[in-house]
Design a protein. Sequence first.
Length: 131
Amino acid sequence: AELAARNAHSDAEKAELVRLASEMGQSAGIEGRSAYIENRKAFYDQLVRMGGNWELGRAIPLGRSELFRAQFEVVQTKAQRKKHANGYVRIAEAVSQNDPAKAVRAVRKHFVGTRETLEVLPEGAFSPDPI
C-alpha cells in the first residue's frame, strides 16, 4: 500500500482500487462470498500493480489466506465482516490520495482488526469437525 501510494499516478488505477474496495464493503454483509473473494484478489492485484513491485505479488500467499479465511468465515459475524471490508476502503482511500503514511496506518489498523477478530472467534472455529 505504501508503494502504491508513492507510485500511483493514474486516476483510472486509483478509481479502480477504490471501486474494488467499495464493492468488498457492499458484499461484506451478504451470504455467498464469491464476489467478495474475487474483489479481494483483484484489489491486491491492483495494489501490487500500482506499487510496481511485481515480486511482491508472487510473495503474498493470497490462495492460502483464502483457505485460512474460509475456516472462520462461517462463524464470523456480519459486523466483523463489514469492519474487515472497511479496512480495504481506508487503504484504497489513502493510496488514491497518494498518502504513503496514511496507507501504512490503514494497513496496520486493518491487520490489528484481523487479529482482534481472530481472538474472539468461537472455540471451534478452526476445528476439523463441521461447525
